[in-house]
Ligand binder design. Structure first.
Ligand code: C2E
Ligand code: CA
Ligand code: CA
Length: 735
C-alpha cells in the first residue's frame, strides 16, 4: 500500500510541476505577445493618423511645409497616450530628418512608419518609436504573478490527490480493522482456503490460509496447527466429500451451503462456501447442534411417547402407511399386533400412578427385546401397545411373535420390592388378507384383541377365523412337538431300497415317526413342515441322525450284515454352519461307519446357497458319507449344478413314478433323468414304486434301484432286522 501511495505521489508531483511550469511560462508569454500586438496596432494607428494630419499640412503648403517647424512639432507631439514615452520623427525620402520629437527611450524599442503624401506621391515618412521596457517590466510582473499562482497551485494540487489517497488508505485500513475485528469476534467459524492444483491444473485439494478464533473452538485446534492444513485433515476431511462442488462454487461465484455432522459428541454444522478471489474460498461454519437438538426435542414430543420413548400413534401411523406403500409396490405381508395388558387398572390402583408408569416402561422394554430392528413397537396410550412387522411368505409368523411376546412378559416384574405379574391380550390383523389400509387393519387388530380378551385373556387372536384356527393348531402342534422332543417320543422306521433286476437289498431309508400319547403314531407329513417353520427340525434332525448311527453300530455289533442307511436332512438343518461339525461329532460319538451312511438332501435346499453348499458337501465327502438328491425333478432341475456338486445318487420323485405307465410326459422326464445320470456317472433310485407296471417301465428305462410299497412299506426296526437276516444284500451295496 505504501509503495503504491509513493508512486502515485511521484506521478502527481510530476504532473502538477509540469502544469505549474506551463502556467508560469505561458501566462507571461501570452501577456507579452498580446500586449506587443496591441502596442504594434496602436503604433500603426497613431502613425497613420499623424501621417494624415501632416499630409493635410503638406497639402495646404506643398512647398514650404518642411519649414513650418512649429506646426510640425505640434503635430508630432499630439498623441493619445502621454504616459508612454515615444520618439517621433518625420524622415525625408532620402533619410534626412525633417522634424523630431524625441524622448529618451530605454532599449529595446519598436517602431512603425507611415508615408506622408502630397497629391498621391509620398514625400516623407513619419516614424513612431516606443520602448518595450515598460511592457517587459509588466511581463516580468505578470510572470512573477503567474509563478506565484503556479506555485500556490502546485502546492495545493500536489496535496489534494495525496490527501485523497491517504483518506482512501485510511478508510481501507479502518474497514480492514473493522472486518478483522468482525472476523475475530464472529460467532461462526470462518476459514480462508487456497485451492491446490496439480501440474495439469486440475484442482486436487486445498489448504487452510487463515482461521478465526471461533473456528479454532469448533475444531478444537490451535490456529497455528490449522494453518497450512490440507483438505484431508481439515474438519477430518469432511469438506473433501464436497470438493468438486466447492471448486465449482469458487469458479462460478455461486454460493454453496450444506450440512455436516461432526463425529464426536453428535455435533451438527452448516457450512457456507463463498469465493472472495480466484483460487480461494471461504468456509463459514455454524454450529447448529443446539438448534438440531431442540428440533429433535420437538420431534420427540410430537412423535414419541414421553413415558416409554416409543413411537406414538402419529409416528406409528406414518410408519404403517410407509410399510403399506412398500408392500403394495414390492409385495410381502404385514401383521399388526394390538396388545392390551390384562388387568393393568388393578396394578395402577394398587401401586399408584408413578409405579404404574414405571411398570409400563418395564413392559415396553421386554416387548422391545422380542423385536427386530425393522419392526415397530408403538404405545397407543394407556396400556395399549401395537407392533408392526413385515415379512415375505412364511418367513415370519405373527402367531410366533405373539406367543413370544406373551412368554416374555409372563415372568414377574419387580416394582418397589414387590413382585407384579401381568399378561396381555393380543389381536392380530394381516395385510392384505384383513385389509389394505391403515384404518381397517388397526380396527381389525383392535377387534381381534377384544376377541382375545373374550376368549379368556393371556392369548392372541387373529381377525380372520380361518387363520385363527390354523395358527392355533400350528402353535399347539409346535408346543406338543417341543415336548415330544424333550421326551424323545420319536422312533425310526426303515424302508428298504431294492435292486429290482437282481432282487437284492441296496439299503434302507430311515423315516421318522412321532409316537404321541394322545394322537398315536403321527406321520412326518403332518409335523415336518411345522418343525421346519419353528426351527425344531434342527434338534429333531440331529436326533434322527444320532439314532440312525446308533442303529448302524448296534446292528454291526449284533453281527448283522452292514447295510447303508439313507437319512433325510432338512434344508434348515443343512443351512446351519455347524451342520458338518454336528455330523462329525455324531459319527465319533456313535462309532458308526460313515461309509454306510447316505444323506438325502432336496434339490431346493442344495440350490438355496450354491457356494456354501459345495463347500459343505465336500466336507461331508471327506467324512466318507454319500449324498443323494432327494425328490429329484421337483426343484430347480438345473442339471448344470450337479456337475459341480460331489453327488452320488439322485432319487426320482414319486410324482414322476406315479403316472409313469400313463403319462408320456413323465416317462420322457424319467428317461431324460436316467440318461443324464448315466452321463454324469450317478446312480438313480426311483421312489414310490407301487405296481409291477411301474417297476417294469423303470427297468426298461434303465433304472434298477427302487423303493416303494410294491417291495416294502417302511418297516419297524424289528421287521427290518428280520428282513436283513433273510434277504440277500447286493454285493456292491451303495458304492
Ligand atoms: P421322502 O423323503 O420323500 O420320503 C419318502 C416318503 O414316501 C415316506 O413318507 C414314505 O413312507 C413314502 N413312500 C414310500 N414308498 C411309497 C409308495 O410306494 N407310495 C406312497 N404313496 N408313499 C411311499 P413319510 O415317511 O411319511 O415321509 C414323508 C416325508 O417326511 C419324507 O419324504 C421326508 O421328506 C420327510 N421325513 C421323513 N423322515 C424325516 C426325517 O427324519 N428328517 C426329515 N428332515 N424329514 C423326514
Ligand atoms: Ca427321502
Ligand atoms: Ca423323496
Amino acid at each position: 500500500m505504501k509503495t503504491q501511495t509513493r508512486s502515485i505521489a511521484r506521478i502527481t508531483t510530476l504532473l502538477v510541476g509540469a502544469m505549474t511550469i506551463i502556467v508560469s511560462i505561458l501566462v507571461p508569454a501570452g501577456y507579452f505577445l498580446v500586449s506587443y500586438q496591441y502596442m504594434m496596432g496602436s503604433l500603426d494607428t497613431q502613425a497613420e493618423s499623424s501621417a494624415q494630419a501632416i499630409t493635410r499640412l503638406v497639402m495646404a503648403n506643398p512647398d514650404m511645409w518642411r519649414y513650418e517647424e512649429v506646426r510640425l512639432m505640434e503635430q508630432l507631439e499630439r498623441r493619445t497616450t502621454i504616459d508612454i514615452p515615444e520618439a517621433r520623427r518625420i524622415i525625408g525620402l532620402h533619410g534626412q530628418i525633417i522634424a523630431e520629437s524625441s524622448a529618451p527611450l530605454t532599449p529595446p524599442v519598436i517602431s512603425r512608419r507611415h508615408y506622408i503624401y502630397d497629391a498621391g506621391s509620398p514625400v516623407a515618412q513619419i516614424e513612431i518609436t516606443r520602448s518595450l521596457d515598460h511592457l517587459l517590466r509588466e511581463t516580468i510582473f505578470v510572470a512573477c504573478g503567474a509563478l506565484l499562482v503556479g506555485g500556490v497551485g502546485y502546492v495545493v494540487m500536489r496535496r489534494l490527490p495525496l490527501r485523497a489517497i491517504q483518506q482512501t488508505h485510511q478508510s481501507l485500513e479502518e474497514s480492514e480493522t473493522r472486518y478483522r475485528s468482525l472476523f475475530e469476534s464472529m460467532k461462526e467459524g470462518m476459514a480462508l482456503h487456497r485451492i491446490i492444483y496439480d501440474t495439469e491444473g486440475k484442482p486436487v485439494s486445498f489448504e487452510v490460509v487463515e482461521i478465526n478464533p471461533s473456528c479454532e473452538l469448533i475444531l478444537d485446534l490451535k490456529r497455528k496447527s490449522v494453518i497450512g492444513m490440507s483438505g484431508n485433515e481439515f474438519f477430518k476431511g469432511a469438506l473433501m466429500d464436497y470438493f468438486s462442488e466447492i471448486v465449482h462454487s469458487a469458479e462460478t461465484g455461486e454460493s454453496l451451503v450444506f450440512e455436516l455432522q461432526g463425529q464426536e459428541k453428535r455435533r451438527y454444522f452448516t457450512v457456507s462456501i463463498f469465493s472472495p478471489d480466484k483460487g480461494k474460498f471461504v468456509t463459514l461454519i455454524e454450529d447448529i447442534t443446539e438448534r438440531k437438538k431442540s428440533d429433535e426435542q420437538i420431534q420427540l414430543l410430537a412423535y414419541y411417547d414421553n413415558l416409554t420413548g416409543l413411537p406414538n400413534r402419529t409416528l406409528f401411523l406414518d410408519r404403517l402407511n410407509h410399510a403399506l406403500a412398500g408392500a403394495v409396490r414390492y409385495g410381502g405381508n404385514l401383521a399388526l399386533l394390538y396388545l392390551d395388558l390384562d388387568g393393568f387398572k388393578d396394578i395402577n390402583d394398587t401401586l399408584g400412578h408413578a409405579q404404574g408408569d414405571l411398570f409400563l416402561t418395564m413392559v415396553s422394554q421386554r416387548f422391545l427385546g422380542c423385536l427386530r430392528r425393522s419392526d415397530t413397537l408403538a404405545r397407543l396410550g394407556g396400556d395399549e401397545f401395537i407392533v408392526l412387522i413385515s415379512y415375505t411368505g412364511e418367513e415370519r409368523n405373527a402367531a410366533h411373535l405373539a406367543q413370544h411376546l406373551l412368554e416374555e412378559i409372563a415372568p414377574s416384574f419387580e416394582i418397589s420390592g414387590r413382585e407384579v405379574y401381568t399378561t396381555a391380550s393380543i389381536g392380530i390383523s394381516i395385510y392384505p388378507d384383513d385389509g389394505r389400509d391403515a384404518d381397517t387393519l388397526l380396527r381389525c387388530a383392535d377387534m381381534a384383541m377384544y376377541a382375545a380378551k373374550g376368549a379368556g385373556r393371556n392369548g392372541y387372536y387373529f381377525y380372520s377365523q380361518e387363520m385363527n384356527r390354523k395358527a392355533h393348531e400350528r402353535m399347539e402342534l409346535e408346543t406338543s412337538l417341543r415336548h415330544a422332543l424333550e421326551r424323545e417320543e420319536f422312533f425310526l422306521e426303515f424302508q428298504p431300497i431294492i435292486n429290482a433286476s437282481r432282487n437284492c437289498l441296496v439299503g434302507a431309508e430311515a423315516l421318522v415317526r412321532w409316537q404321541d400319547p394322545d394322537l398315536g403314531t403321527v406321520m412326518p407329513d403332518t409335523f415336518i413342515h411345522v418343525a421346519e417353520n419353528s426351527g425344531l427340525v434342527i434338534p429333531l434332525g440331529e436326533w434322527v441322525l444320532r439314532k440312525a448311527c446308533e442303529k448302524i453300530t448296534q446292528w454291526r455289533e449284533a453281527g448283522l450284515p452292514p447295510v447303508t442307511i439313507s437319512i433325510n436332512v432338512s434344508g434348515r438343518q443343512f443351512e446351519q454352519r455347524s451342520f458338518t461339525d454336528a455330523v462329525h461329532d455324531i459319527l465319533e460319538e456313535t462309532g458308526a461307519d460313515a461309509r454306510y451312511i447316505q444323506l438325502e438332501l432336496t434339490e431346493t435346499s442344495l440350490m438355496r446357497n450354491a457356494d456354501t453348499t459345495v463347500c459343505a458337501l465336500h466336507k461331508l465327502k471327506e467324512l466318507d458319507l454319500r449324498i443323494v438328491v432327494d425328490d429329484f425333478g421337483t426343484g430347480y432341475s438345473s442339471l448344470g449344478y450337479l456337475k459341480n456338486f460331489p453327488i452320488d445318487r439322485i432319487k426320482i420323485d414319486r410324482s414322476f413314478v406315479m403316472d409313469i405307465d400313463q403319462s408320456q410326459d413323465d416317462r420322457s422326464i424319467v428317461e431324460a433323468i436316467i440318461a443324464m445320470a448315466n452321463k454324469l456317472n450317478l446312480q438313480v433310485v426311483a421312489e414310490g414304486v407301487e405296481t409291477t407296471v411301474q417297476r417294469d417301465f423303470l427297468l426298461n428305462l434303465g433304472c434298477q434301484e427302487m423303493q416303494g410299497f410294491l417291495f416294502h412299506r417302511p418297516l419297524s426296526e424289528d421287521k427290518f432286522i428280520a428282513l436283513l437276516r433273510d434277504i440277500q444284500l447286493c454285493s456292491a451295496s451303495f458304492s
